[in-house]
Design a protein around this ligand. Sequence first.
Ligand code: CA
Ligand code: CA
Length: 169
Amino acid sequence: MTHLQTVFLCLVIMVVKLYAQNGDTTFGIFRQKEYYFSNSFVLNWFKAVELCRARGMFLLSVRNPEEREAVIEYLDSTGYLKTHTKLMVWMSANDLGEEGEFHWASTGERMSYLNWRENEPNNDMAGGTAGEDCAAMEYFEGTGANYNFTFNDRPCTENLLFLCETLPA
Ligand SMILES: [Ca+2]
Ligand SMILES: [Ca+2]
C-alpha cells in the first residue's frame, strides 16, 4: 500500500468512527443532561428556581433511578463529597399547589419515582413552621441507605445548596 493509500484509509476510518459516534447518541438509552452545582452558596427554593432559569437551566429533577445515578456520578466528579460528609440540594419537586401532591416544577410531571427517606414526606410543622413543601435530595455519610441520596420535604424558605440541569428538548 502506498503512503497516500494509507493516509486515505486512515481518513475513511476516522470519518466512519465519527459517524458511528454521532449515530450512537441518537440511540442513547439515557437522556444526557448537563448540570450546574451551586457548590458554595445557598438559596431558598424560589431563588434557586430563578437562578437556574437565569442560566437557561432548570432546578434539578430526579425522575427515575438512572437520573439519580447520573446526579451521583456528576457530584462525584466535582469532588464535593471528598471534603464534605453531608449534602442537601434542592430539587424542583414540590407540593405547593396541593398539599401531598408532589410535582416537578421543571417538567410539570407528577412525581412517580418516590425515593423518599423513611417517614418522608412528613410536611413537618414542628416549631410553628408552615409545613414543608419543597423537596431536597440528601446524603449523610455513614448513615446507611436511608440517607443515601434520598428525598425529604423541607421548608421552601430554607437556604440550601442546589443543582440546575438542562432538559432534553
Ligand atoms: Ca407539604
Ligand atoms: Ca420532611
